[in-house]
Design a protein around this ligand. Structure first.
Ligand code: 5RP
Length: 267
């Protein structure tokens, strides 16, 4: 692997081989998502505990200090919205030149396997990989499901993840699912897990993160289940303990409860 590409990957994937990416890119199709209405306020307290931010160029420039940033995975796909005809109808919405200007560690793009725009999204990925190779910039492919959350099963996610890897993605972001080991086994590049919409209990999050790590994920790209929680710093610290410390789900819950009690005890 070329030096620049390797150096950028080393900024993202920590010496233990694991990674905690914090996605705050949701506004690019959801608008002012709950608890991400003012991105700077959401991002700042969580920055010290994340290994990288997954973010659009607009929020990066407006809401993150260049003097106090983490490595950036720049969300470069876009062009669709929650209220539009089809979330899968995305194009590449930022140039590689601008990504370089922003000194990013990687770029990220969604693919929509099985959708009406399957071909376009896959060819967008392939083009981005070509551009990334030219400049030494890794590409994270996001196996998106749009509004069809039911698609998050091992068969579909293994299919999407493998296709992303075959087209040259450096890292694949997919969802945890029952039988997650099938997804990881079939994907020859590192896999990180997203969380999806907020689930009912913290323990559920810790359990799937822990299970996914044991089954071969290198980490997470987990957003709403961190920053929509009432105690987001407690949440990210607990998840960090699983990803980088090998903590069990139960141990993570104890970390979360301890941090939460500490916050609540402050006057
Ligand atoms: C949405 C994304 C997010 O980066 C991804 O889904 C992870 O966030 P969450 O854990 O909230 O699902 O691609 O644009």
């Amino acid at each position: 692997m070329e030096w620049g590409m390797q150096n950028r990957l080393a900024q993202l994937i920590q010496p233990d081989g694991h990674a905690l990416f914090l996605p705050v890119d949701h506004g690019y199709f959801q608008g002012p998502t709950r608890k991400l209405e003012e991105p700077r306020k959401t991002i700042e307290p969580l920055l010290p505990y994340s290994d990288a931010l997954f973010i659009t160029r607009g929020v990066l420039r407006s809401s993150v200090s260049p003097n106090n940033a983490k490595p950036v995975i720049l969300r470069v796909s876009g062009g669709a919205s929650m209220v539009g005809k089809d979330l899968a109808n995305e194009g590449i919405a930022a140039s590689m030149e601008d990504a370089i200007r922003l000194n990013v560690a990687a770029v990220g793009i969604s693919i929509f396997v099985g959708s009406d725009y399957e071909k376009e999204s896959l060819l967008n990925l392939a083009r981005l990989v070509d551009d990334g190779e030219r400049y030494g910039i890794p590409v994270m492919a996001v196996t998106a499901v749009g509004k069809e959350l039911g698609k998050r099963d091992a068969r579909y996610l293994a299919l999407s993840s493998r296709i992303a890897a075959e087209l040259g993605a450096t890292v694949v972001k997919t969802y945890w699912c029952e039988g997650f080991e099938k997804v990881v086994r079939g994907c020859p590049v590192p896999v990180v897990m997203a969380g999806g919409p907020q689930v009912d209990t913290e323990l559920e999050v810790f359990e799937f993160v822990s299970d996914g790590m044991q089954k071969g994920a290198i980490g997470v790209n987990l957003g709403r289940n961190i920053w929509q929680n009432d105690f987001p710093v407690a949440m990210i610290k607990a998840i960090r303990a699983i990803v980088h410390g090998g903590a069990s789900a139960q141990a993570a819950l104890e970390i979360y409860e301890g941090e939460k009690a500490g916050v609540a005890a402050k006057p």
